[in-house]
Design a protein around this ligand. Structure first.
Ligand SMILES: Cc1cc2nc3c(=O)[nH]c(=O)nc-3n(C[C@H](O)[C@H](O)[C@H](O)COP(=O)(O)OP(=O)(O)OC[C@H]3O[C@@H](n4cnc5c(N)ncnc54)[C@H](O)[C@@H]3O)c2cc1C
Length: 468
């Protein structure tokens, strides 16, 4: 008997309900477990920096799973295509799935379950990527929250499900079953078996050479521990200063599911009770603030669940007719040049927007804080939150370029690119989002620099040609 664990967005062993329940079932019944990671081409394609991370993480996950006798298969296929192959495998008894959100995943996942259930293979799904079930958090009227503060208050009143499951036990060997499944997967035209879990092929594209990150669940646990011990007590005072190492740096680990949000919340609350008993009020306030940041992540997933097209559509439809600029595409540019005719007003605006966008992306706007942020993003795959808000405000409110253009650049360049938090925050800054910064609130880059980078330490680090 074989049990499948479809890991979804969770590249970890601990606090992984699909894996945990698959192993439990297999060990009770003397069966084996096969783990699947599926990149689904029917959904938004992961960005380049995110993929760089995934390709470093999967070989690590594979060797951890091997210790549990669980082989890992990495596939590129729609969920229904995977279900069709699984449904033809006689030995498979049940599929345990960590849920995913956004895009058309709800429809795809329903069809996945239907195909398997028709073949008498049971499917069990779990929420593993957020602390709360998105549908558990409801307003008094039974709807969903569009404003953060009441949402976060509501979270405080709901006891989170903390995944304190014991470390999973090894399963029986799955050798023969894997071979049969791999054979069937290769035989399917709709499924590609990827070699992303193989460590032999280092994946270090030139643009990512300087990335300072060490992916993997082990490192995630280390990053959390270091943050709790060294940085959490002063989080509240330091978190807005981009030159300080004051925030947790957990976002890419959370985005890849290498650490569970449950674990981060649980450990934060434990640290807070310790601060309380030692009457360290400032540290208690810091832990409260950090918890609220974790709730922003929950809030964005809450929105994504209810608005799966969050990356494509204004949350607030009043902005649908707003005259955003859309930068001209490269081909459009060429055509205009070849025609050697005077561009129309709208073509000129699109060309201007394109030139401005290129300056923004490459960190050559001439605005020090913005350039520093965009260069930090390019060189490290990450940008400090305060600076993310400033660069996004410049793009959407000063250049009036559509937030989707900036969101797409972040999606491609952030190692923590997240289907909920990226569009959620872009919409928040642009003013189109839930509980958003109002349209008249513009982050003034020079004033922000005065307040949060008083001695220009951050700007100097990323824009060395400036002699300030
Ligand atoms: C325009 C824009 C785009 C963003 N895109 C992303 C994204 O794609 N992925 C992403 O994880 N975060 C995104 N953020 C939120 C935030 O900038 C990052 O989560 C944060 O900088 C990560 O650093 P950290 O882990 O050190 O954060 P910490 O300050 O240590 O916070 C701890 C955790 O709380 C969560 N968090 C903190 N702030 C936010 C927030 N505003 N919204 C949602 N979750 C939050 C993150 O999971 C973070 O890891 C974006 C913010 C803006 C303004």
């Amino acid at each position: 008997m074989t049990v499948i664990a479809l890991l979804g967005p969770c590249l970890r062993i601990l606090d992984n309900p699909a894996l945990y329940h698959a192993l439990g079932q297999a060990s009770n019944r003397g069966g084996s477990v096969i783990a699947l990671v599926v990149e689904d081409p029917t959904q938004r394609r992961p960005g380049a920096a995110f993929t760089w991370w995934t390709r470093k993480s999967l070989p690590l996950l594979r060797s951890q799973l091997e210790r549990l006798h669980v082989p890992l298969l990495c596939l590129q296929a729609s969920y229904p295509a995977v279900a069709k192959v699984l449904s033809q495998q006689e030995l498979i008894e049940k599929v345990h799935v960590n849920r995913r959100w956004g895009g058309t995943t709800a429809e795809q996942d329903a069809s996945f379950a239907q195909i398997l259930e028709q073949a008498h293979i049971a499917v069990q799904t779990y929420t593993a990527h957020t602390v709360h079930e998105p549908w558990d958090v409801k307003t008094g009227q039974g709807g969903y929250y569009r404003v953060y503060t009441p949402f976060s208050k509501k979270l405080l009143s709901i006891q989170p499900r903390l995944l304190d499951e014991p470390a999973p036990q090894a399963a029986g060997s799955a050798d023969g079953d894997v071979e049969a499944l791999v054979h069937a997967l290769h035989a399917s035209d709709a499924v590609h078996v990827l070699d992303w879990d193989r460590p032999a092929e280092p994946y270090d594209p030139a643009w990512a050479k300087k990335f300072p990150w060490k992916p993997g669940a082990e490192q995630a646990a280390h990053v959390l521990r270091t943050f709790l011990d060294d940085l959490l007590p002063d989080y509240q005072t330091g978190r807005d200063l981009p030159y300080e190492k004051a925030t947790s740096s957990l976002s890419p680990y959370l985005a890849h599911g290498e650490i569970s949000p449950h674990r981060v919340l649980y450990e934060t609350r434990k640290a807070r009770s310790h601060f309380r008993s030692s009457q360290n009020k400032a540290a208690v306030a810091s832990a409260d603030t950090f918890e609220r940041e974790l709730f922003w992540r929950e809030f964005n997933y809450h929105l994504l669940y209810h608005e799966p097209d969050l990356a494509e559509r204004n949350h607030n439809p009043r902005f649908d007719s707003f005259p955003w600029s859309w930068p001209a595409k490269a081909t459009q540019l060429q055509q205009t040049r070849q025609a050697a005719a005077q561009p129309s007003d709208s073509e000129s605006a699109a060309l201007e927007a394109r030139a401005a966008l290129e300056c923004w992306k490459s960190g050559h706007t001439g605005i020090p804080l913005v350039d520093a942020g965009m260069r930090q993003l390019w060189e490290t795959g990450w940008m400090h939150n305060r600076v993310r808000m400033v660069v996004a405000s410049l793009l959407t409110k000063n250049l009036r370029i559509h937030w989707r253009v900036g969101e797409a650049w972040f999606w491609d360049t952030l190692v923590d690119a997240d289907p909920a938090s990226n569009p959620g925050n872009w919409q928040w800054v642009a003013g189109t989002g839930a509980d958003a910064a109002p349209f008249f609130r513009i982050f003034h880059p020079a004033r922000q620099a005065d307040r949060f980078d008083e001695h220009c330490a951050y700007v100097r680090a990323w824009v060395p040609e400036l002699r300030i």
